[in-house]
Each structure stands twice: as C-alpha cells, then as structure tokens.
Design a protein around this ligand. Sequence first.
Ligand SMILES: Cc1ncc(COP(=O)(O)O)c(C=O)c1O
Length: 473
Amino acid sequence: MKRGVLSNDHSDKLFEQIYDYVLERIRRGEWKEHEKLPSVRTLALEFNVHRLTVFKAYQLLKQNQKVYVRDKSGYYVQPGHGLSLDSRNDPIVSAYVQESHLSEIHQVQATYQFSKALLDPNLLPNLYFSEYVKKVFDLYPKVLGTYSTIQGDQELRDALCDYFINHYHFYLNPDELLVTSGSQEAIDIVARVLIKPRDVVFLERPTYSPAIDVFRRQGATIVPIEIEEDGYDLDQVEKLLQTHKPRLFYLNPTFQNPTGYTIPVEQRKRLVELAAQYQCLLVEDDPYRDIYFGKKPPLPLFSYDTSGTVIYIRSFSKYIAPGLSIAIVACRPSVMNLLVRAKSLADSGTPHLNQKIFLHYFFSARMQQHLEKLRIALSIRKEMMEEEFSVTDWKWSSPAGGFNLWMMLPESVPMDDFLSKSIENSITFVPGSICDPLRESKSWIRVCYSYLNEQKLREGVQRLISVYSSVHQ
Ligand SMILES: Cc1ncc(COP(=O)(O)O)c(C=O)c1O
C-alpha cells in the first residue's frame, strides 16, 4: 500500500472527523439549541485544515438537519439533537459510524463465517472446563458472593506477573497489572483516559478496525502508519513523530490483525527508543502471540521499555476461553492509576468467577498441551485455505501466526457487489476498507481460517471463489 498521512490530501476523511466533532459537542449539550457555532474560519484554524473542508462538514450537517443557517450570520444548532436514548437519532452514530463496520458484518448470519477472527469452539477442550469450574467453587466457596477488586484478583495478578517476568523478562510488579474484560475494554479505557479531541493518534494501516472507531469517537486526529511484511519504515515514522507530536501509537506488532505481519526485533527496539524520545506512548495490543506456526515471535515491545513508554495489552480471550473474556494491561503507576479510576466508572471489576477459572485453567499443564494442539490445528486450516485460494489471482503473504489471511484482489473487483453477493450466498468476509484508517484499501479483504471446521472451510472458500467469478469476469 502507498505510504500516506492524514492531511489535506485526505480532506474527505478530515471532513468526517469535523462532522463527528461538531455532532458530539451538540450531543453532549456543550453547544445548545439555537446557539451559534464557531465560524468556518475559526474551526479551520483550530483543526489546521482548509476552510472548504469545514464548509463541507457544515453543509452535510445542514443537509442532515443538525444545524441551520441564518443569512450572513452563520451556522446554528438545530433543536432536538441533544443527548438522545434512541440510537438511530444519536448524533454519535454519525457519518462515520453509519458506514459498514466490523460489528455489523459480525451480525450477519451466514453458514460460512470468514469475517469473525474467532476460534472454532470445537477446538477448545470444552469438557475439561467443567473440572476447573468445579475446582474454583471448591477452593473459593464464596466466589459468587464477592466482587474482585477493580484492578483485578490479587492471586491472578501475582501469577501473571511471574508469568510475564519469566517468559518475556518484563520488569514488573503486580500493582502494575490491571485485569479487564477483554482487550476491547482495555483499548476503550486507554482511549478515554488519554485522548481528548484533536490529540494525534498513530494507527497502523491497516489496523484492527474497532480501534479506529474508538479513537475517532474520542475525536482524535488519526495519522496512519503503514505496516508492511517487513515492518514499518521507521525513518518515516520518526518524521511523523516530529511533525505530528502524537499522544500515542496504537499497534498490534505480533501476527497483526488483519495482515498477520510481525515487527522484527530491531524495529521493536528502535521504535521504543523513538517513542521515548518523542514522548509518544506505545499501546501494544498483543492477543495473538501464542498462535505461532513456526518460531516463537520476538519479545513484546514492553520487554525493551525502560522509560514507561509502553502500555501492554494482552488478551487471553481469543484462544484460552473467549467466554471468560480475560485480558490484562501492564503499565507504569502514573497511567495505571488513571486506568483503574476509569474502569471503576464502568464496572466493579472484571467478574471474579471468570478470573479464578482463568487462573486455574491457564496455569494448568493441560492448557500447555492444548496450546500445542491448537497451533497445529490452526496451521492445518491456514494451509488448507491457502491451497483452496491458490487457483485465484489473489495475492497474500502467508502469515506465521494469528487467525487471518489478508488478501489483495485485482483492483477491478466491484467490492460492494462482491460482498453483497457473498452474503446472499451465506458467506461473510471483512472488506479491507473497514480496517483502513483512510477507508481506502478497497481491493483488500480479510478472511479468517480459525472459525470454521475443515470441511466447511473448503466448501466456503470454493463457494466464495465462484461468487468472485460471477462478479468479476
Ligand atoms: C488486535 C485485536 N485487539 C483486540 C481484540 C479484542 O479482543 P477481546 O476479545 O479480548 O476484547 C481483537 C479481537 O479480534 C483483536 O484482533
């Protein structure tokens, strides 16, 4: 993909951000009914964009009856758009959110689900789970009668702290760990605590799609960082750090979703140094680390961090027990205090029962055997999928881990048509534009090989290829 930054060249994307920004202020009641909005000129100066970009956003707001114009005076807030409980009228569900999103695709019922980056539940040792559940009730008979602490069960944090120290040489103590209900919650909390409107956030391009939504909801200005098979262009990243002074860089450097790429060791070290130098926090999301098909991946960026620059998010929900939804955040106390406070506003801690079951299951010998088998099963499915796709003219790099193939189709493919015909044929996949902070990548798709069993996987790919042939002669 070509390298780029969000600039006036991408004024269509900026105009969406301004649209969202204005609507959010109205929704929150910061700009009240019939109140005059900032002039086009003021907002253009504030956002450092061309006046036409702001004008375009205001015109769409007017068209959607969120604002109105008084001759020669300016734009005013249309009544009736304050905080609403009806999500259809919720201005936060705005230009950006109304476009197709990952969660919408996941809601489509289909026999051949290639859109979900989830594990086939049959690959989990489901029967054994009940043993651990029983064990937890024997060991902690009052577990249902107590909350965990907000920061997470002490026994679990102690055990995970030792695990991180032994496996990845983290310099850590248990107070620097926070248990969350999945990494999605962790990303959301990090964004809510650290990002205010117009802060600059670096996101990989492509990236995990809901992260784009979370940071855009915060009103961040997003600058994409291209990720390629051999990693980032760090000279380019350094220039962008100098020009944009980002608050944080959210990245998924190991078996990245959607590409499956892994950032090499040397780049990890240099990136951590650069981030420290330019005071940019690195939010390292690492849910696929244990799903490797050959060599183990390099150590997390957190292992190289000596200055508190990295916030490490590790989900276990993807492959240990999605139903438990356990993830953990490691970071230094100054950030941890903020995260704990933010989590306390959302819940009273991740469910205690889930944490205890996870603790006993994750650290069991059976878990380690299970992981070994899981890696083999997934690598077989990946190879099977690649074999089926080998008859097409699509291009991809075979991932060394993770759940997905990131595939480039010919540019001439009518992607909307291809997706809707696929859905008609009970097949789903993720269109690449959803994973692209610039909403381009129109000829890319993400297909997941981890969710369907081997027979369904072959059938589904064959069906997908025949749909493709019908829309692309
Ligand atoms: C990169 C990445 N981060 C976070 C998540 C969300 O994980 P969880 O289920 O722990 O919330 C996913 C799930 O697909 C993911 O791929």
